[in-house]
Design a protein around this ligand. Structure first.
Ligand code: SAH
Length: 211
């Protein structure tokens, strides 16, 4: 179902500048409509965010592709996602043969999405709770992707990166954010790249917004 729309979505992301072939292949493979309500299926392959309940959204496909490309992960790598939401970003990573650990703070979303990912055959280790403090038990990670906007760089997440690993996180106010790509160079040093022009729902937690 929707094979043609999916292929067209991947091609449109290529035209918008996404270069990583594995990312484009994954976008062309994951059935995005399965991650939204049936009443929104006709919009599922547009390059736009959509509501998923609990006042949250499934990110715009371009944003998913761009953040994944920036994280620069390879087959077999281990990634932590903060904000499981619909599960779409996690499924894109699994499609790239990445091992995914994902944390969600909304209990209903956590439960429903956990079930959906299982049904669709995407193995993702999910946890209910505050992801701003990471997932120490499984750290360090090759990549950490935060899919909600933080008020400042979450320091705990930086420390759960492997040397050479990258943290991709939107940082700003509640209205707009810049995307920070933080690479861990070694035990003590980090390099930062900042790309403006993003808009996420707020990251709420110990190293996020208060509410
Ligand atoms: N990656 C998701 C995007 C979901 S929107 C997708 O592909 O659909 C961001 C999600 O982050 C929301 O579900 C929200 O509940 C969650 N979130 C916000 N603050 C969080 C926190 N501190 N820990 C875990 N999840 C959080």
């Amino acid at each position: 179902m929707f094979e043609k729309e999916r292929a067209e979505l991947a091609e449109s992301l290529r035209r918008k500048g996404i270069k990583n072939e594995e990312v484009l292949r994954a976008i062309g493979a994951v059935p995005r409509h399965e991650f939204v309500n049936k009443t929104l299926w006709h919009l599922a392959y547009n390059d736009s965010p959509l509501p998923i309940g609990s006042q949250q959204t499934i990110s715009q496909p371009y944003t998913v592709a761009f953040m994944t490309e920036m994280m620069d992960v390879k087959k077999g790598n281990k990634v932590l996602e903060i904000g499981t939401g619909s599960g779409y970003q996690a499924a894109v990573l699994v499609e790239m043969k990445v091992r995914v650990y994902s944390v969600e703070k909304e209990f209903d979303l956590y439960k429903e999405t956990n079930r959906l990912l299982q049904t669709l055959g995407y193995p993702v280790a999910t946890r209910y709770g505050d992801g701003t403090i990471g997932w120490n038990e499984f750290s360090p990670f090759d990549g950490i992707i935060v899919t909600a906007g933080a008020p400042a760089l979450p320091e705990t997440l930086k420390r759960q990166l492997k040397p050479g690993g990258r943290l991709v996180v939107p940082v700003g106010d509640r209205v707009a954010q810049k995307l920070y790509v933080v690479e861990r160079l070694n035990e003590t040093d980090f390099a930062e790249r900042v790309i403006p022009g993003f808009k996420f729902v707020p990251l709420i937690g110990k190293e996020g917004w208060d509410n």
